[in-house]
Every structure is written in structure tokens, then in C-alpha cells.
Design a protein around this ligand. Structure first.
Ligand code: HBI
Ligand code: FE
Length: 287
């Protein structure tokens, strides 16, 4: 995003692995207060909607003591739990760099906080999306192992020219995934966890499909990047997700180029259908 909002401080030197100094002391009182408002809004919504592992992690990571977290302190706590660290970056980093960080249990988190004008939506992942959305589940050992396996799968996908397949797995799980719990469907995707409107839409709105996660199905399904999802995929557990991530993706990549990708709103005969969406949200007259 070139039009950096005036409040976004220029970062210092960028290391070869694209990490920067978080410069925690430079956050302003307004930014710390904005972080607290963003967190308070989501914490009012997530009980009963976020998966239990996420709610548990909010406590084990002691993440929300108030104010923007210092990634060094947060990493010390997280490393003791699952070996993961959180490293500051200026923004999106090249795919191969991103995969290498994940494969080594380092989560790259944007060091900047969205401006007041971007309070409700920001295109690029900022520190709130990355730390509030992605980091808590890294305290869950099974999810932590899945994220490492995802990172390790990167180089082969790039070599097989099948990066979109792996990006779709990321999108429909790590960013927008749902999980089945005894009480019903719950959220675990970071993109939903950091959005008050999508938190409700993904779980409660009649519009989107809610379909059982299946690896090939997800790797062959396109997604939208600028709006809510037309389909959300439901995993049965982090254990089943980890098993899938440890499969050999080679055969799937081999068919990837040939097979036509599915549109984001379709329901296939072989789908496990939790909810067949009306897609009303996407038929609404453009405002
Ligand atoms: N870089 N900092 C950052 N954060 C991301 O989520 C990210 C990235 N680079 C690439 C990327 N995500 C996606 O293309 C992944 O699917 C690889
Ligand atoms: Fe993200």
C-alpha cells in the first residue's frame, strides 16, 4: 500500500530476511489506545464464536495486558509454549521468505498499526490482524505444528508452479477457517477473528456456504480477497488439518494446472454441506 497513512512511521533498516526493528517505544499513546479499542471490540464478540483453543490461548499467551504487545516479550512467552516466535516485518514479504519464516516457527507480523481511518478494514495485514488474529493459536501445539508444515510445503509448491493451490489452503483455513465443536461451528481463521462484521457473517448469516474441509476441494477453489467469503470450509479438528498438511501435495499439484478451479460460491455433489448458502449478500444491489 503506497499511500502510507501519515501515522504510519517509516521503518528503519530491513534485514535480508525482511525483518525490521519493532521500535516498540515509538508507538504513540493514541496507537496503544486504538489497539485496546480494537481488542475490546473483538473480545466482546468472540466468546461462543471463537474456537475453544483460541479462547484458551488468549489466557496462556497473556497477550492482552493492554497496549500494543512488544514482540520480544510475546515471543519469549510463546517460545516456552510451542517454540514459535513473532518477528516484526514492515508489511507483506516475498512468498519464499514468508514460507521460510513459518518453516522455522517464526511468524512475521506487521509492525505498524492501522490508522483511525482504517479502523474497520485494512487491506494489508497490520499488527492487529497478525497478532490478534494469527498469533494466539500458535500457542496450540497441534495448530503450531500445522503452521510449520504449511511453511515447509512452500518451496515445493513454488517449484511445481502451484503456489495458488497452497495459497488457497492458507486462505480457507489459516485466514477464514471454521472448526466443528460440540457446541456447533466455531471460528479459527485470523481474517475472521480480527473482523467484527465477518465474525457474525461467517457463522450466522444465511448467505455463505459452509462446507466440510477437503484438501483437494479447497486447493481447487478460487477465493475473493476484497469482501466476505462466498464459502467457508469446516475442519473437524486441528489434528485432521495437520494430517492433511503432512500429505504429499505432489499428485494434487500435478492435476492443478489441468483441472479448472471451482468458483467460490459453488456446492459440489461430493461436498459435506453444513449450510447451503443463499448468496444473498453477493446479489445485493451495489450501494
Ligand atoms: N507476508 N508479512 C506477510 N504476511 C502474510 O500473510 C503473507 C506474506 N507474504 C505472502 C503471503 N502471505 C501469501 O502469499 C501466502 O499465501 C504465502
Ligand atoms: Fe493473515
Amino acid at each position: 500500500m503506497n499511500d502510507l497513512s501519515p501515522e504510519r512511521r517509516p521503518v528503519g533498516a530491513v534485514a535480508p530476511d525482511f525483518t525490521v526493528d519493532q521500535n516498540w517505544a515509538a508507538y504513540t499513546p493514541e496507537e496503544h489506545a486504538r489497539w485496546d479499542r480494537l481488542v475490546a471490540r473483538m473480545r466482546a464478540l468472540l466468546p461462543g464464536r471463537a474456537c475453544q483453543a483460541y479462547l484458551d490461548a488468549l489466557h496462556t499467551t497473556e497477550l492482552f495486558q493492554g497496549g500494543i504487545p512488544d514482540m520480544e516479550e510475546l515471543s519469549a512467552r510463546l517460545q516456552a509454549l510451542t517454540g514459535w516466535r513473532v518477528v516484526p516485518v514492515a508489511g507483506l514479504v516475498p512468498d519464499e521468505v514468508f514460507f521460510d519464516h513459518l518453516a522455522n516457527r517464526r511468524f512475521p507480523a506487521g509492525a505498524f498499526l492501522r490508522s483511525e481511518a482504517e479502523f474497520d478494514y485494512i487491506e494489508e495485514p497490520d499488527i492487529f490482524h497478525d497478532i490478534f488474529g494469527h498469533v494466539p493459536l500458535l500457542a496450540d501445539p497441534t495448530y503450531a505444528a500445522f503452521m510449520e508444515a504449511y511453511g515447509k510445503a512452500g518451496p515445493r509448491a513454488i517449484a511445481a508452479n502451484a503456489l495458488p493451490a497452497l495459497a488457497r489452503l492458507y486462505w480457507y483455513t489459516i485466514e477464514f477457517g471454521l472448526i466443528e465443536e460440540a457446541g456447533g461451528l466455531r471460528l479459527f481463521g485470523a481474517g475472521i477473528m480480527s473482523s467484527p462484521t465477518e465474525t457474525r457473517f461467517a457463522l450466522e448469516d444465511a448467505s455463505p456456504n459452509r462446507l466440510g474441509f477437503e484438501l483437494e476441494r479447497v486447493m481447487h477453489t478460487r477465493y475473493r480477497i476484497d469482501d466476505f467469503q462466498q464459502s467457508y470450509f469446516v475442519i473437524e479438528s486441528f489434528e485432521t488439518l495437520l494430517e492433511q498438511a503432512e500429505r504429499d501435495f505432489g499428485p494434487i499439484y500435478a492435476t492443478f494446472a489441468a483441472e479448472k478451479a471451482h468458483a467460490p460460491d459453488v456446492v459440489l455433489a461430493e461436498d459435506r454441506v453444513y449450510h447451503r448458502g443463499t448468496q444473498a449478500y453477493f446479489r445485493r444491489p451495489e450501494g
